[in-house]
Design a protein around this ligand. Structure first.
Ligand SMILES: *[C@@H]1O[C@H](CO)[C@@H](O)[C@H](O)[C@H]1NC(C)=O
Ligand SMILES: *[C@@H]1O[C@H](CO)[C@@H](O)[C@H](O)[C@H]1NC(C)=O
Ligand SMILES: *[C@@H]1O[C@H](CO)[C@@H](O)[C@H](O)[C@H]1NC(C)=O
Ligand SMILES: *[C@@H]1O[C@H](CO)[C@@H](O)[C@H](O)[C@H]1NC(C)=O
Ligand SMILES: [Cu+2]
Length: 364
């Protein structure tokens, strides 16, 4: 075998391997109920399940395609055995991780939260594939105080290790619900079908005696609410624009009403630098200890590419968008390719286990 052959077979091998660290899952759900805080543990995808409130998925990989049945609750989602208790107005704390339990690997795209009723029984055996869902929160590009007011995706802070918090509507009717928190990663959304969907469903029982409900016209099927050509899903300008159009229905009006009575604003389904998204916030920070050096390299590479992108985003406000576009896309495409190569190397280093999982050749 010549050196050239060796190199080319290594390269082929790299591209045939499944990506390990570049995807992830909802690892924990925290609920702040008055003074008490409960941290519910999810199951690692495809591991032997333990009783949980979070429905386990079969793989850390994304759901691809807006009409994929797995858009409902994630890849091959299973019923979970437990139910969390919550009350209207509680804070839901979503703790997303990369597949190797390091930080969530993506920073581009929105996060959306939906709910559906499981009816009169608890959600442990409830199949939501033909349920009607309503939206309670969405967050996209925010103006970041620590970045001197320049626009940044809220998802960036998840990549940085923060939790994502969403308030349970303060007027929601009691009952059994699934809460579907979804991250859409748009780093490949410049191509049709490139968006990565990561939905995660948690089973809760909501107490109290409120009466808020979504209208029929605000309820959607999932899949059903999105198409691959929606502007927030196929987004050729994702690296050059500071505005974003959320996919799916608007936030249910009873949610906006409860939010404005407690001082929050905006139920618009478009966010921009000047009017940041409504419900939901991000902060806090989770541990990133035990990170393998390979993953650190990947993260470092990503953050420097991103700070370049953020810098140009910041300077872009008075420039024609076209000038910025090629600039940023080059950087980010490069970053994406490099990230995947590094990820693949880490897969190789992890050895037989990952290779045995092969067959799924999807890199993204
Ligand atoms: C839940 O507990 C785990 C394990 O202690 C911790 O790493 C994680 O940050 C906690 N998550 C939340 C949302 O509280
Ligand atoms: C729910 O129903 C769909 C459609 O019949 C099926 O494909 C899916 O496996 C079911 N989910 C569970 C968790 O049983
Ligand atoms: C804001 O930007 C800084 C870098 O400028 C970053 O470290 C931080 O995580 C960002 N916060 C959010 C909420 O995106
Ligand atoms: C999100 O919730 C966590 C856990 O209670 C908290 O540490 C953090 O400050 C919250 N962030 C925001 C913005 O409320
Ligand atoms: Cu991914």
């Amino acid at each position: 075998m010549t050196i050239l052959q060796a190199i080319s077979s290594l390269v082929l091998c790299l591209f045939a391997l499944p990506s390990v660290a570049a995807h992830g899952y909802l690892a924990y759900l925290g609920i702040v109920d008055g003074q008490s805080y409960t941290n519910y543990t999810g199951n690692v995808p495809n591991a032997d399940p333990s009783p949980s409130v979070i429905r386990q998925v079969s793989d850390i990989s994304p759901v691809k395609g807006a009409s994929n049945p797995d858009l409902n609750c994630g890849l091959n989602a299973q019923f979970a055995q437990k139910v969390a208790s919550a009350n209207p107005g509680d804070l839901l704390v979503f703790d997303w991780r990369g597949g190797d339990n390091t930080n969530w690997p993506h920073n581009t795209g929105p996060m959306l939260t939906y709910m559906t009723s499981c009816g009169s029984s608890d959600c442990t055996q409830y199949n939501s594939s033909s349920s009607k869902w309503f939206k309670i929160a969405e967050i996209g590009i925010v103006t970041n105080a620590t970045s001197n007011g320049s626009p940044v995706w809220a998802q960036q802070s998840v990549m940085n290790g923060a939790f994502t918090n969403v308030t349970l509507p303060s007027t929601i009717s009691p009952g059994n619900y699934l809460i579907r928190h979804e991250i859409i990663a748009l780093h490949l959304a410049t191509e049709l079908g490139g968006a990565e969907f990561y939905p995660a469903c948690s089973q809760v029982k909501v107490g109290g005696s409120q009466t808020g409900m979504a209208k029929d016209s605000e309820m959607v099927l999932l899949p059903g609410a999105y198409t691959d050509t929606d502007p927030g899903i196929y987004d050729p300008d994702v690296y050059s624009s500071n505005s974003y159009t959320f996919p799916g229905p608007p936030i249910a009006t009873f949610v906006s009403a409860s939010a404005s009575s407690s001082g929050s604003s905006s139920s618009s389904s478009t966010s921009s630098a000047t009017s940041p998204a409504s419900t939901g916030s991000t902060s806090g920070s989770s541990s990133s200890s035990g990170v393998q050096s390979v993953c650190k390299l990947q993260r470092r590479t990503q953050s420097s590419a991103e700070s370049v992108a953020r810098r140009s985003l910041k300077h872009s406000s008075h420039l024609p968008l076209g000038i910025q576009e090629s600039h940023q896309q080059k950087g980010l495409r490069l970053h994406s390719l490099w990230g995947d190569l590094v990820t693949t190397f880490s897969a190789l280093r992890l050895g037989g286990l990952e290779i045995a999982k092969g067959g799924q050749s999807a890199m993204y």
